[in-house]
Design a protein around this ligand. Structure first.
Ligand code: GLU
Length: 418
């Protein structure tokens, strides 16, 4: 099954429960615009290599499309479409005035020099600049893109336009219109959500395992350790390390930063990434890539709470299986919405040419995350469904209201029966 087919499962389930009209389902499951571009890049050996780039602007009914750009060898149109679809619902849940979009380039950034990544990033903006912009579509970082890449992109847009348009992209460095709190926002938002969930599902001194030690996974580990949580396992793309009594996260971070790997960390056992997922922990945080918890391994998953910090780590039908076993999977479109929420704050600050302190940003973030969690939790109770389905129910209802107001639905027509 393709990732796009996967993405539709959860939507269809919620649409069915809502008895959502077919024509409305068609509007909501077809992307508004799909862009594919070829980007010729002069490589360090002076030869030209052509890369494929994508941008899917899925739905702009609630505002300009918004979502990150990913650099990865496995990027495909199908994947970008699914990710753009998810952004639509994530932005609705986060209650930020954006539609959903996503971009990607098929490349292996680990094998490119800084200069090549810069030329590739500038080439992407050169190819896409007519279709993006602060009122149209606002990109941001995603897997293997970062503030450095955003800086090249905002500079390229400046070069083309002849003036600065900081609000055309978010996740920028502070010196170039970035926001305080953006770098840690996805992880921070996830921690707020987890703390909220732990108020409902009371677990004393929960043990935690985190898959993925990139920006999101590492920051989540750091913040959770600082808040007194016990993290017993973490992993990067190569290896997992495990210590029953709890890892010293500051030491693990130091090791990762100096050696660029978790391999060789002393004072912990090693495991495979797959085995990390199956550890006997209270909380499991998949913070790497999609499709890691599937029908194949769901029976071996023991965590009581799964906080989906990556995009799409748990397949939709698996969330329902976990729910039946009294295990809660907090869906990605809620769990990792802290990133785009602070992106929204960055966009607002750029528009005002004014900046808020970190404290102000984090207070606003916390309020939004707690509200989002409570809304979804209430839908979950109302329909007696898993949190993933509840997240779609809540956001589809919000979207139907927008469709009504925009005139897609005739007065008195019942498109959503619940
Ligand atoms: N790439 C992030 C996500 O998947 C952030 C998107 C944004 O800030 O626009 O949510």
């Amino acid at each position: 099954m393709s990732i796009w087919d996967e993405a539709l499962i959860q939507f269809n389930k919620a649409a069915k429960l809502l008895k959502l009209d077919n024509s409305i389902q068609n509007i909501l499951t077809n992307p508004k615009r799909v862009l594919q571009v070829s980007i010729p890049v002069r490589m360090d050996d002076c030869k030209i290599k052509v890369f494929q780039g994508f941008r899917v602007q899925f739905n702009d009914l609630r505002g300009p499309t918004k979502g990150g750009i990913r650099y990865h060898p496995n990027v495909s149109l199908d994947e970008v479409k699914a990710l753009a679809f998810w952004m639509t619902w994530k932005n609705t849940i986060a209650d930020v005035p954006f539609g959903g979009g996503k971009g990607g380039i098929i490349c292996n950034p680990k094998k490119l020099s800084d200069g090549e990544i810069e030329r590739l990033s500038r080439g992407y903006i050169e190819a896409m600049h007519r279709f993006i912009g602060p009122e149209r579509d606002i990109p941001a970082p995603d897997v293997y893109t970062n503030p450095r890449v955003m800086a090249w992109m905002v500079d390229e847009y400046h070069r083309i336009k002849g003036y600065n348009v900081f609000e055309m992209i978010t996740g920028k460095p502070l010196e170039l219109g970035g926001s305080e709190g953006r770098a840690d926002a996805t992880a921070k938002g996830g921690v707020y959500i987890l703390e909220e969930a732990l108020k409902k599902i009371k677990i004393k001194n929960p043990s935690i395992a985190i898959q993925g030690f990139g920006n999101v996974g590492m920051t989540a580990a750091k913040l959770l350790a600082k808040n007194g949580f016990k993290i017993i396992a973490v992993s990067d793309s190569k290896i997992a390390i495990y210590k029953k009594e709890g890892l010293s996260i500051s030491k693990v971070i130091k090791h990762k930063q100096t050696t660029r790997s978790l391999e060789g960390f002393k004072g912990a056992n090693t495991l495979t990434n797959e085995k990390l997922l199956e550890l006997n922990v209270d909380v499991l945080i998949p913070a790497a890539l999609e499709g890691v918890i599937t029908k194949k391994n769901v029976d071996n998953i023991k965590a009581k709470i799964i906080l989906e910090l990556a995009n799409g780590p748990v397949s939709a039908d698996v969330r329902a299986i976990l729910f039946k076993k009294n295990q809660i999977s907090i869906p990605d479109i809620l769990a990792n919405s802290g990133g785009v929420t602070v992106s929204y704050f960055e966009w607002v600050q750029n528009k005002m040419s004014y900046s808020w302190s970190e404290k102000e940003v984090l207070e606003k973030l916390k309020t939004k995350m707690v509200d989002a969690f409570d809304n979804i939790y209430n839908s979950c109770k109302e329909f007696d469904v898993d949190l993933g389905t509840a997240a779609y129910i809540h956001s589809i209802r919000k979207m139907v209201k927008v469709l009504e107001l925009r005139g897609y639905v005739k007065k008195g027509e019942d498109v959503c029966m619940m």
